[in-house]
Design a protein around this ligand. Sequence first.
Ligand SMILES: [Zn+2]
Length: 588
Amino acid sequence: MKQWIIFLLLFSVSFAFADDWQTFYEKSDFKETPRYEETIRYCKKLAEASPYVEYQTFGVSPQGRKLPLLVVNKNGLFTAAAVRETDQAVFYIQAGIHSGEIDGKDAGLMLIRDLVIHNKYPHLLDHVTILFNPIFSVDGHERFGPYNRANQNGPAEMGWRVTAQNLNLNRDYLKADTPEMQAMLRLYNEWLPEFFADCHVTDGADYQYAVTYKIELHGIQNAGIIDWTRQNYLPPLQQKMQASGFPIIEYVSFRTAHDPQSGMATWATPPRLSDGYTAIQNRPGLLIETHMFKDYKTRVTGTYEILKHTLEILNTEYKVLKQTIADADRLTASAAFRDKPLTVVYKPSPDSTMIDFLGFEYEKIKSDVSGGDWYRFHSDKPKTFRIPFFNKMEPDIKVNLPEAYIIPVEWRQVINRLKWHGIHFVRLKKAITITVDSYKFRDISWAKSPYEGRQTVSFKLEPLTEKRTFPAGSALIDMNQRTAKVIANILEPQARDSFVYWGFFNAVFERKEYVESYVMEEYARMMLASDAELKSEFETKFKSDSTFAKSPGAILMWFYRHSPYWDKKMNVYPVGKITEREAVETLF
Ligand SMILES: [Zn+2]
């Protein structure tokens, strides 16, 4: 009898204990996700109960919400500096960058609870420190409702894709316009996590996989890290996920939308996105995409499993990965790296590999409503398709790297952002005049509608070498540093996410001084009379270009452009490239 009482007591204690630590999501029978306040409450509760956890905040959103972070370390080390003294790897888990796609928050809270409260995986904190951001887009998360994700099967209500400023954080990594991203970049560059995971829910076609992923294997990632990812990370991950009942495949994007038999294609991720950004920082970044039609419980469980298995692999691989990253950082800062042209844009290779794709039977019907092709997937009829995967990329645009870049002091928005990206630079103490390489822009055109609140620009480039004077305070950025790929991606105009592309330099494309036509009429006559070479150039142009010959405005503009009054800085890139090491050394 007494034994029974003790058993019942123990049972009820352990039941109460388990119940006490149930998350909001578990209590809702796996159908709902908690709001911001409830999420923070649970995070703080974990931190109060466990010596392994500290609750921190790393910034404030435009609507005034704090950006939450749990630091999990079994030795109670909660700063980047303290953890860096140990041989642990840092694993950063980010949820809710698109806060309607919130699986990562509920998976991460359970995983940390299972690690530090239930001690379910006693050794998974031995060699890894976890940083967990349960909600990145905190304002977007509180635009809460049932109609935020038309394709998505749960939770009952969820947040919105973008921030309160209507900006997509997962396009903001390099340009860093949002306060959230500026805070994130400071955090990222303080910790420099060896492994980064960003949790999403995908849209697109229907298929069997509950979890898909992308990790940079094709683009600007360091070759040693690509080898580590291919050989040491992905094979055990695939095997472990399969064993957990979640077969995985690379991010699914068909060459013809929704049509598996057209074949799958991949791409080199640009640094506006998280996994492309960590690649230019020489660190692997995993994009986790659960499938929108799977129910919420399946998706959260799938996310939990891929995070847990990644943690297992990192506990085995931490030393190798840290060494691989240290080698990559050293290489990127070396003269050997700057000697070779850097690829800043990739294009798909025509090569493909045949793969088995776990899809569903489907049919393409001519719609009697829209008149378009209507793909109808039969999720009760699984089917394995043998399809080509176009999974190779080749260089498209390469640029020559300088020994240093120099940005005139007045381009403050650009210089400020360098700091957030962990880029070192010095300010010129006095003005200097120096010969630099740079670019002249032509065939400039602007996008018709804004993109991420900016007016993006496309153009052609001509190389330019000239003597320029840079004022005191201008930023001199030595490429002899581990962030050299970040610097080149910001400052090389042709890079996909260059600050020229994002419109930071749009003002240089504007003409700001004018001449009256009657003044130019006289001046043109004087030019023709005094310069025989110019006169013959004008006559050739006049004879060969009938549109020009019929346009008084174009003719006067031609003379203005050839006169000393023309603005020599218009359509010229203000940033200079210093190509001689010696020249750089003398400036420091
Ligand atoms: Zn997303």
